[in-house]
Write a protein that binds this ligand. Structure first.
Ligand code: ZN
Length: 416
């Protein structure tokens, strides 16, 4: 296992035909099509082609046909359709070792956007995000906390309208993140401890009359995993665990390229896994949950720093103390990292992922935080399971959830 940084967007096989793709996995149209009707086969082939260009960058039609396991005629028809839709564009010609230069195809990253909306207690942020993960337009609205539900809905609709107006090219979808429980069948926010004013709102129809199509919704942590999968540390692997540590602690599991949601859409709730059966009482009523050791509140409490000053800008001040050599803070951070590793270890054992991506405000305590989590996973897990495992901090920063919200919208592009 190793610690290493990853690039924001890593194209594994940049332009250049005739080169062998270094990745072992490929999307193959023939494999996908077995047992499916022609319409479904065509749709899956389109998704596979778009995904291939997203991960690997420009490719010639010959390379695409080879990678997808499609014949030349099928690939030509597919690419013609996607060029017509504006999803794909030509990217010049590249020389090959044999034959004539071949025309390259790439995703129309400059023409395709999605809107991401991120709802928080004191603010609403929104962004127009391109297919390459670039934020092309950004909006931020501070809230007083006294806004009515009706007013909040109007504010979000107005923000989406402004972002949409700023778009050059096609805006393919809208996504939104909210902490809480959303009924996936109806789109209704059923419960939200942090944003009670949103309970009862149907987020799917939030932008009716403003934009076409439903608003896709996810929790913060699930959205962050999608952002890593598309633009960050998870772009080159199909199986990874995202660990989100901050005020609360949660995780998201990506298997075979897809988020694992669980039957009740509750997968990833690891903050209340018990790590110390005789430990402190948790807000959930049990004793010794991970959040009683490794959440922000627990760290401040155990370091004796629960003052008003630390409530205002906690991570910054904790990081300052750490850099100043405060042994108490160091001990608390190490204990938090060790406990997180203790919970990650059985997940690594059960799922055998390629990577663990750490995200959340706790990264302010790096490199100690990430190093301690890494050491802990190593100590508590079979060496065979950690030999090829990498544990990396996210590089998407504070925009991770917002980018993930936009990915919810961009995903509709892969659902043609
Ligand atoms: Zn608990």
């Amino acid at each position: 296992m190793s610690l290493h940084s990853t690039q924001k967007l890593r194209l594994l096989n940049p332009a250049g035909c005739g080169k062998k793709t270094p990745q072992k996995r490929e999307w193959r149209g023939d494999g996908l099509s077995q047992g499916l009707n022609p319409q479904m086969t065509r749709r899956l082939n389109k998704v596979a082609l778009l995904r291939l260009l997203h991960i690997h960058g420009p490719k010639s039609r010959v390379e695409l046909a080879s990678s997808l396991g499609l014949d030349t005629k099928t690939l030509t028809n597919l690419s013609r359709e996607l060029l017509g839709l504006g999803f794909v564009e030509t990217a010049g010609r590249a020389m090959c070792s044999r034959g004539r230069p071949r025309e390259m195809l790439q995703l129309s990253t400059s023409k395709l956007n999605a809107i991401g909306l991120h709802l928080e207690e004191h603010q609403i942020s929104g962004a127009l995000v391109g297919l390459d993960g670039s934020i092309r337009e950004r909006r931020l609205l501070h809230l007083s906390g006294k806004e009515s539900q009706h007013r909040l809905k109007d504010l979000v609709a107005d923000m989406a309208l402004r972002l949409s107006s700023a778009a050059q090219g096609q805006t393919v979808g809208t996504g939104l993140t909210i902490p809480g429980v959303v009924d996936r069948r109806t789109g209704l926010v059923v419960k939200s401890t942090h944003l009670p004013a949103w309970v009862g709102v149907n987020v799917a129809t939030l932008l009716d009359g403003v934009r076409k199509g439903p608003v896709q919704v996810e929790t913060y942590t699930a959205a962050k995993a999608l952002a890593e999968r598309w633009f960050g540390a998870g772009i080159d692997v199909d199986d990874f665990i995202l660990l989100d540590a901050g005020v609360g602690i949660g995780c998201a599991v990506v298997t075979q390229g897809h988020l694992h949601m669980g039957q009740g859409h509750m997968a990833g709730e690891i903050g209340h896994v018990v790590v110390a059966p005789d430990g402190e009482t948790c807000m959930c009523g049990r004793r010794g949950c991970l959040e009683t050791v490794a959440s922000l509140g627990a760290m401040l409490k155990h370091a004796g720093l629960a003052s008003a000053e630390f409530r205002t800008r906690p991570w910054e001040l904790l990081a300052e103390r750490l850099h100043m050599g405060d042994k108490g803070v160091r001990r608390v951070v190490e204990n938090a990292g060790r406990s997180i590793g203790l919970v990650l270890s059985p997940l690594v054992g059960a799922l055998n992922p390629s990577r663990v991506v750490l995200t959340g405000d706790a990264l302010a305590l790096d490199p100690l935080f990430t190093r301690t989590v890494c050491d802990s996973v190593t100590a508590f897990t079979l060496p065979q399971l950690t030999r090829d495992l990498t544990i990396v901090p996210s590089r998407l920063g504070q925009d991770a959830a917002l980018l993930g919200a936009a990915v919810l919208g961009l995903q509709s592009l892969f659902d043609v």
